[in-house]
Design a protein around this ligand. Structure first.
Ligand code: HEM
Length: 384
């Protein structure tokens, strides 16, 4: 991702606007498909983003000049047929038809983790990111993959470095070190969990190679660290700002379902998808994206497109239907969506009584540096 200094998108990337990029997205939507001063193309409206997410002329494949050296790309960054084979292999372990109750069976474990985290919250002030929203998905993904939790601080540091250096990943050894760590785990035959199941699966597509296994583990570990945390934190923030939704949640636990969907629309954890490439000239939105161009899809701007949803800036969990791009769309549609939804619903239901007696100590809160995986770094609250 390069910065377009001086442009509206440059302002989106600027940390001073991290707490509220939405007015900038409103300006950007005036040009549904536009070329930035640095030559990249931005797509900002729902219809055009959706169309491109389904367009085989848009590639997700890795540009060898921009990616960490020596690591096999995960299926997030590959195109068919390689993508489809890897995704099929991973999906076999993650849900229907091969393991139809996989996600539903996780509910009890989520509830146990959530209850423990809530019981451990301090009595007077708490940080709902450090002490709740962050540890939950991390505990879940480590347990699921069979990655030793004791090693979490090590790979957390690698992930932080790697994402902070996302401007130029070739310069960071962090991805490689994390890859080496996961490679050692794979070689040592991991604990029971997803990694081990993937390593031993003999389905119609054969087995993943060692490199593919490491790439997939890396993807799942990062996805499990950096997205659900923002969903829970973004939801907690909107609830703290509008306590009537906390009341609704306390009265009706099933309200967690539309609540989570509206957060995914209104303040999504993944704001945009950078680095796609046009494989051909693509006429769209009154212009033509030229072959070879880098294309950025602004999911969070599309989610608030008035041509797609009425009164888009209003947070309204009662709107129906809630059709959003929070999990992407098309062949790369989020593989972890059913799990992330359940995790966030369980978390918010259990957190509601805490939120009901919490007051935000810092508003807006400090945000994490990334404009892509965007969410509060801390949510400090006083508890009565
Ligand atoms: C709230 C939480 C989450 C959000 C908002 C989210 C969002 C997304 C988005 C927007 C994409 C599309 C990327 C693209 O098209 O380039 C994606 C893909 C993906 N997500 Fe998630 N994600 C979440 C949680 C998870 C979790 C918990 C996992 C794993 C357990 C996961 C695994 C993946 C994978 C493997 C892909 C790539 C799918 C493919 O390329 O076919 N995600 N996610």
């Amino acid at each position: 991702m390069t910065t377009s200094v001086g442009s509206v998108f440059g302002a989106v990337l600027d940390p001073v606007n991290r707490h509220n990029p939405y007015p900038l997205y409103t300006s950007l939507r005036r040009t549904p498909v536009g070329r930035e001063p640095d030559g990249t193309w931005l797509v900002t409206t729902f219809r055009e983003i959706s169309a491109l997410l389904h367009d085989p002329r848009i590639s997700s494949a890795v540009d060898p000049d921009r990616e960490p050296v020596g690591l096999a790309p995960s299926f997030l960054r590959t195109d068919p047929p390689q993508h489809d084979r890897l995704r099929r292999l991973a999906t076999r372990q993650f849900g229907p038809p091969h393991r139809p109750t996989f996600v539903a069976d996780l509910q009890q474990s989520f509830e146990g983790i959530v209850d423990r985290l809530i019981a451990d919250l301090p009595a007077s002030t708490a940080d709902l990111v450090d002490q709740f929203a962050y540890p939950l998905p991390v505990l879940v993904i480590c347990e699921l993959l069979g990655v030793p939790l004791a090693d979490e601080p090590r790979f957390k540091a690698w992930i932080d470095h790697a994402l902070a250096a996302a401007e130029n990943p070739r310069d960071t050894p962090a991805f490689r070190e994390l890859g080496d760590y996961l490679g050692d785990l794979v070689d040592a035959d991991p604990e029971p969990g997803l990694l081990r199941s993937l390593a031993h699966d003999d389905g119609p597509d054969g087995r993943m190679t060692r490199d593919e296994l490491v790439g997939t583990a890396l993807l799942l570990l990062i996805a499990g660290h950096e997205t659900t945390v923002n969903l829970i934190a973004n939801a907690s923030l909107v609830l703290l700002r509008e306590p009537r939704w906390i009341e609704r949640l306390l009265d009706d636990p099933s309200f967690a379902i539309p609540l989570v969907e509206e957060v995914l629309r209104w303040d999504p954890p993944v704001q945009f998808l950078p680095w796609r490439t046009a494989l051909d000239d693509i006429p769209i939105g009154g212009t033509t994206i030229p072959r070879g161009a880098t294309v950025t899809l602004l999911l969070a701007a599309g989610n608030r497109d008035a041509a797609h949803v009425s009164d888009p800036d209003r947070f309204d969990p009662d709107r129906r239907p809630v059709q959003h791009l929070g999990f992407g769309d098309g062949i790369h549609y989020c593989f972890g969506a059913p799990m992330a939804r359940l995790e966030a619903q369980v978390a918010l239901r259990a957190l509601a009584p805490v939120l009901a007696r919490a007051r935000l100590l810092e508003d807006p809160p400090e945000y994490r540096p990334s404009p892509v995986l965007r969410g509060p770094r801390h949510l400090r609250v006083a508890l009565q």
